[in-house]
Design a protein around this ligand. Structure first.
Ligand code: TXA
Ligand code: MG
Length: 345
């Protein structure tokens, strides 16, 4: 398939190119586009045939529902049963932004989007190109992350191009995404709000707004008894090399990583931080994820580092733990999903 590629400037989005990309959505074709979290693979959420193509291209199981992206709070209202008293208070505080909210769904959204569930996940992204694309398309855009199922989500132009060039009609590219991890997901369709996926909007912030919010057991990597977000039952993000996460206190982890690598006969690398790199005997055998003083930097680099591990011929990657505060909870959640093995004290 011939893929039309638009490079669009974040500072000064070229409106003609965006109109052209929107015409693909209107024609029920697939368009990959940037958001502030990760790149998405979008289609007209109101058209069943268009949405079906997303599942085909990604190789995504049909019971794993998609997020519907809107360009205003008003637009979101059309797709949900308005039975949440707090809808306005919450959406005005949190949207646009890197957070997805789940509501009871109106029947105008085809069942294929929600994988047959009676609920719908909705997000109003803060990214100007995403907003404009939805606005110009005139329809809500259903979009999972723009990767082939089972790989980390794409956070730069190269990741999207590698996975989707030649497989979809159109790519809208605009450099690196800001956060580098997928949106926080909160289910508001049940009696109590439930955090299904940690992300850039932290639990600490959400607890201020929703003190009664519970946290799904899968968030900390425990086995989910009932996979509320159907995506949670699939193993995600596994790099094709063996990744070992040292899941415990930092000093203990560094000590054990050093011990383990002394015995290693295969080509390995250590995933560490700016602050800890100097503690390892051979810094050339480390990759820095970011700074512990600014965990957002770790989040922003994480998927790119995981994807690059496969390109280099490492056999094993040993990874330090990060504190589970702020975006750190999301970092540890993705690291646990990515690792083949976790070592605990
Ligand atoms: O940041 C993001 O959220 C990105 C950008 C493109 O918006 N999208 C993204 O989509 O990460 P995806 O499909 O890779 O992850 C969406 C997750 C899946 O785990 C899915 O199971 C869950 O959301 N989900 C979608 N609709 C749901 C629903 N009605 N109930 C529970 N979970 C749902
Ligand atoms: Mg995904």
């Amino acid at each position: 398939m011939n893929t039309k590629i638009f490079h669009i400037s974040l500072e000064n989005p070229e409106i003609e190119k965006l109109k052209n990309a929107a015409s693909y959505i209107k024609d029920n074709k697939l368009v990959a586009f940037p958001t502030e979290t990760v790149y998405g693979l979008g289609a007209n959420a109101l058209n069943e045939m268009a949405v079906r193509k997303i599942f085909e291209v990604k190789g995504r199981p049909p019971d794993n529902p998609l997020i519907v992206h809107v360009s205003s709070i008003e637009m979101a209202k059309r797709f949900i049963k308005n039975d949440i008293d707090e809808f306005s208070r919450l959406t005005e505080l949190l949207w646009p932004g890197p957070i997805t909210l789940i509501f009871n769904k109106e029947s105008i959204i085809p069942d294929i989007v929600s994988g047959g569930l009676s609920t719908i996940a909705i997000r109003y992204p803060a990214h100007p190109i995403a907003q404009k694309l939805i606005e110009l398309s005139g329809v809500p855009i259903a979009a999972p992350s723009a990767n082939i199922s089972g790989k980390p989500s794409p956070t730069n132009e190269e990741h999207v191009t590698n996975d989707l060039k030649g497989r979809v009609e159109c790519l809208v590219l605009s450099g690196r995404t800001v956060f580098g991890l997928e949106s926080t997901i909160v289910d508001l369709s049940k009696e109590k709000p439930n955090l299904l996926r940690p992300g850039p909007i932290s639990v600490e912030r959400l607890k201020e707004l929703l003190p009664e919010m519970t946290i799904h057991s899968s968030v900390k990597g425990e086995e989910a008894r009932t996979p509320l977000a159907p995506g949670m039952k699939y193993k995600h993000y596994s790099p094709e090399i063996e990744m070992i996460l040292y899941d415990g206190e930092l000093d203990w982890a560094i000590h054990n990583i050093i011990d383990e690598t002394k015995k290693m006969k295969v080509k390995y690398t250590i995933l560490c931080s700016e602050e800890t790199q100097k503690l390892y005997p051979d810094p050339s055998k480390t990759v820095i994820l970011g700074s512990r003083k600014e965990l957002y930097s770790v989040a922003a680099n994480l998927f790119d580092v995981l994807l690059s591990l496969t390109k280099n011929d490492y056999e094993v990657a040993l990874c330090e733990p990060f504190p589970e505060t702020g975006i750190g909870l999301a970092i540890m959640n993705r690291l646990r999903k990515a690792s083949w093995k976790t070592v605990k004290r």
